[in-house]
Design a protein around this ligand. Structure first.
Ligand code: PMP
Ligand code: GLU
Length: 396
């Protein structure tokens, strides 16, 4: 008999769709995959070399649970260089991916009776992770036509004595929106007044387009920094999704609690990946601009193609590598004799009949939308978008 916790837990839908996509490809089907978001670029050579060196030099034993000091120092340097933020070693924790950092954090600060505010559309794993910590996710809907902002006015309606935190993700998965500086200021002030934590997921910090410059909420006011915990990692910036290194910066007491949780669960993140991550954070950064330049071309193409479909609107992402087109006009209609009840049925039809894998918007808290990752080759994007256009043209 499973625990209640496990019984009600669904697998991550993004990872489930990418597993399905891989399984169909293995059967020989030509699937256009817009599923899980991970850069299709190779990890830069100087990073891989450092890992090989670590293995050869037998850096293959347990490390301190929360990561080795040179990596913590590289993270400290990153925050100073990129965000003007000063941290000490006891305010930094290295975990097995950004997801693990978030999980540990929620276990450390949230519990039964707490409410955690999550703006929707949100990344799929936030609500289940909050629930695994025993707390209640409180969803605030944000809108395409309002640039997916949250204002103080909106937020105030959801704050009460049980509010323990808010989760901010900017640039965001799945829409690639950012929060305006003035809104971050207002959110920070409310967090100070009502004494709640700000979880700031900045994993897409470096993947931004046009003239957007990332500003961390923690850098706006020392009082905000005191209650902000930044979760970050090397997965997206350096095309290192498989290496599993994430990091957290925040108040020492919270970092210590997270370290204790980590010491009773995973122990240290992989020693070899830690060495590679030092090279990633301190070595040449030019691979980022190359990757982002390529993503921008794909974004522009994909958004303009999707917008050319009658009835579809599509927000132009300011960062990250996802588009989140609005297919609400198709709900209730029929495609190949099947009713498009919701974004999940549309996703199923696209996969079964058009061999195109996307993620339903409902998984991100927004019905009627689809999420497509453009961290995939231009060839796949062109092929996939043609299939989606063909499907759209057959909707009756
Ligand atoms: N936060 C967001 C918003 C993400 O999209 C991801 C992607 N998986 C993560 C955190 C975690 O990434 P990782 O565990 O690979 O560092
Ligand atoms: N963050 C990526 C995504 O949203 C990777 C999959 C996951 O960890 O959920 O697709």
């Amino acid at each position: 008999m499973l625990s209640k916790r496990a019984e009600s837990l669904k697998p991550s839908p993004t990872l489930a769709i990418s597993a399905k996509e891989k399984a169909l490809k293995a059967q020989g089907l030509d699937i256009a995959g817009f599923g899980a978001g991970e850069p299709d670029f190779d990890t830069p050579s100087h990073i891989k070399d450092e890992a090989i060196k670590a293995i050869k030099e037998n850096f293959t034993r347990y490390t301190p649970v929360g990561g080795i000091d040179p990596l913590k120092d590289a993270v400290i340097e990153k925050f100073k260089r990129d965000n003007g933020l000063e941290y000490k070693r006891d305010e930094i924790l290295i975990s097995c991916g950004g997801k693990h950092a978030l999980y540990n954090l929620f276990q450390a600060i949230f519990q039964e009776g707490d409410e955690v505010i999550i703006p929707a559309p949100y990344w799929v794993s936030y609500p289940p992770m909050v629930e695994l910590a025993g707390a209640k996710p409180v969803i605030i809907d944000t809108k395409e036509e309002e640039d997916y902002q949250i204002t103080a006015e909106m937020l105030k309606k959801y704050i009460n004595s049980r509010t323990k935190g808010i989760i901010l993700n900017y640039p965001s998965n799945p829409v690639g929106s950012i929060f305006y500086r003035e809104n971050l200021e207002e959110i920070g002030k409310l967090a100070v007044t009502h004494d709640f934590y700000i979880v700031s997921d900045e994993i897409y910090e470096k993947i931004t387009y046009d003239d957007y410059i990332h500003v961390s909420i923690a850098s706006l006011d020392p009082e905000f920094k005191k209650r902000t915990i930044i979760c970050h990692g090397v997965s997206k910036t350096y095309a290192m999704t498989g290496w599993r290194i994430g990091f957290t910066a925040g108040p020492a007491a919270i970092v210590k609690a997270m370290n204790n949780i980590q010491s009773q669960s995973t122990s240290n993140p992989t020693s070899i990946s830690q060495m590679a991550s030092i090279a990633a954070l301190t070595g040449p950064q030019d691979s980022i601009a190359v990757m982002v330049g390529e993503f921008k071309k794909r974004r522009d193409f994909l958004v303009s193609e999707l917008k050319s479909i009658p009835g579809v609107s599509c927000y132009l992402p300011k960062g990250a590598f996802y588009v989140f087109p609005n297919f609400n006009a198709f709900l209730g209609k029929r495609l190949n004799g099947k009713e498009i009840k919701d974004s999940s049925t549309l996703t199923e039809i696209l996969l079964e009949d058009y061999h195109t894998a996307v993620v339903p918007g409902v998984e991100f808290g927004k019905e009627g939308y689809l999420r497509l990752s453009f961290a995939t080759s231009m060839d796949v994007i062109k092929k996939g978008v043609e299939r989606i256009k063909k499907a759209a043209a057959s909707v009756v």
